[in-house]
Design a protein around this ligand. Sequence first.
Ligand code: PLP
Length: 403
Amino acid sequence: PTREEITYFGAGPASLPTTVLQNASSAILNFQNTGLGLAEHSHRSALSNDILAATENSLRSLLSIPEDYAVLFMQGGGTTQFSAVAYNLLGYWVQTQLNKANGDIEVVREKLKKAKMDYVVTGGWSQKGSEEAKRLFGDGIVNVVTDSKKGFGEYCGIEEEKKWKRTAGEDNVFTYYCDNETVDGVEFPGFPKSLEGGVVAADMSSNILSRRVDVSKFHIIFAGAQKNIGTTGLTIVILKSAILQTQPTPATLRALYLPIPPIMMSYPILAKNNSLYNTLPIFDVWIAGEVMKELVAAGGLAKQEDVANRKAGKIYAAVARAPGIFKVVPLEGARSRMNICVRAQPAELEGVFLKGAEERGLLGLKGHRSVGGIRISNCMPCFTSLFSCILWLTWKPADNSIT
Ligand code: PLP
């Protein structure tokens, strides 16, 4: 099967390489002449195990994942990880404190009163993560280290780290941030220096595989697959193995009046079962593996980083050439290479512009429903022609386009 080369700028689900989709269309019908489509094969078959292993190996090689890190394949999207990260990292903290206190539960109960989960809120997704932690564990344990909306009036930047109100020492359960805020177009230029050496979890749903990352700086990295890796239905979690080994029993959690994680959010249980505690969508794992194979063959993440930087640079430059019409929302220094968020002036032009873009076959440019505007997504597996995007940005409204 074939289709026209499309020009799609959606943030996610994002467009996938045509070759992967073509192979997928025959894989779903009859996988490697087995007579069964890949979505029909058992997740416990040797074939599925090979797919899991190959996908994990490609991910390990792309991100140079250290040996003392585990990789989990999960479902439930990034949103499930908002809960899973908090459950598992609180468990890790509790058991670490309990070990230090030679098992004295009273000592940990006292320490819990001062414990804080630090959230760096730079956009809608980290905000949602912090809200989920509050919902599960109460407002008192969540410390919003910085809130860009308060600092800047909207999610358009990252406050200087020296202004962050971090929790010091062992009272800090973990620090959480979102590396790339897909809705707001705000991306961290690199690992925040003040978080070095701490227990850090990062949501990389929309910029994973777009640049090199020092995995050893993180305790957890997670990403829903549907933006930079593959299809919706798969979530990838990379985590320090110590988290798996250092967890309290349900009885300990009960004694501390803490909730017990639902079984599908328990990282140790999933890891023990090679991500197959329940039925995993192997088809989605295979797609992710195929995309990763392409990225490896194309030169790995050094290459992807270069491509992403150049593509984003060109788009921002094209926007800057039309200052009377377009305005980039995020401030310089925090501008995403993946999701370029732009407003047109006057605001009515946005509708005219989006309609014109659609008529020219340039799709998926509407900003997220919560913020509006225009969003040009530059997701990694999407090989949408940059040329057409630049051409489109030279668009000028006709004098009679607003009535
Ligand atoms: N985190 C980020 C950065 C996202 O962009 C999204 C979705 O767009 C999510 C989390 C939520 O992901 P999901 O819809 O897979 O739960």
